[in-house]
Design a protein around this ligand. Sequence first.
Ligand code: PMP
Length: 436
Amino acid sequence: APPLSRSAAAYRDARAVIPGGSMRPSSWFAPHPPYAQRGDGCWLTDLDGRRLLDASNNFFSLIHGHAFPPAVEAIRETAAQGTAFGLPTPYETELAEIITHRAPLLEQVRFCNSGTEAVMFAVKAARALSGRSAIAKFEGAYHGTYDALEVSYDCNPQNWDAPDGNPASVPYCRGTPETLLAETVVLPFGDPKRCREILRRQGSRLAAVVIDPLPSRIGMVPATTALLEVLQEARQRDGFLLVFDEVISFRLHHAGAHSLFGVTPDLVALGKIIGGGLPAGAVAGPAARMAVFDHTQGRPGVALGGTFSANPLTMVAGAATLAGYDEATVDRLARLGDDFRQATNTAFRAAGLTAQVTGLGALFRLHLTLGEIRDYRSITPPPRGPGALAAVHAGLLRRGVLLTPNCSGALSTPMGDSEAALLRQALLEAVAEAEA
Ligand code: PMP
């Protein structure tokens, strides 16, 4: 037998001690992903020495690509003085100031360690503030692995509809309690009218509606103005909290996605880029809402904190990273992304390929259809089947380009026109090859 590649050998060893041989369901693909060795800007090198143009950026979390020098320097300096203390440090105030100064709605911040935790704490806060237990989320949207939101994505189309014809609350995990499913109302992202009807009946029992305004698993299409208006109208009438999940989409605007969409949510969940490449999450919002986390007047409404919350390394890496993502940089990257998506779609059309990229700002996702992407159901199962998308992903990898396994990606600040052109050309070739 030919010798195994280093990645194949690493995976063989991993399977013995790690179920599935790796740690993240959404970043795994068959037969196994290459193992990463090191990264530098928008390039990464795998264990076998192959260089890849990285547009996955650890699932959109690395706005400056890998090993951004100011973040590395800040981590190095800070780590040498201790990594976590069981006491506060001024670093947490510095990152909180950076976030609150760029987004006027976000007057106060509390840090946690992942996007999952951020959304979880936002939901718990909404429950504490409203005294209600039910929540609503959109069909197909991913918000991390808190069980209240681990509902109605990646599920069998046979289970989609409830008897009343509205989207059913379908568990992702086996063993999810029925009582929990009954507390999560599911809304159709592409149908504001039906959302209005559902909210008319359910709104008064909701603590919160959780929305990601650019939901990647719904196809990475932005929420429509009509939909956002329905939510704001219902909130006014029913008094639930509007929670924006900006774990990915904060990057879309200097002051966060809610500013771009012109909406004033009650709480915002953050993650990914705010940690500068280290584990991070945060809940942010107006001080009056955030007071639910104040632990200094006896028991807080919701206890938000953990052993590594606001750890100094994440705080300094996040501060160095956001400092390098100023308004001009946000705009440059958004323009680069707009041009990239437009040029790619034009090239697909010119080549007669049945493909399009959706997205906003520097974020994009490939679909193997020319049909309109409106909601989760328009991409589930994926047009031309999961095999076709996997073939494109593999074709990209052979051409030295890394996207997430569902073929989404993000441009990062070390990229410019030449990297965007490389990406576009690889996409064209990989899609053409998969169609042939
Ligand atoms: N919300 C959204 C919109 C996400 O995309 C993700 C992660 N991809 C999460 C929440 C969960 O974040 P984490 O993986 O840091 O728990």
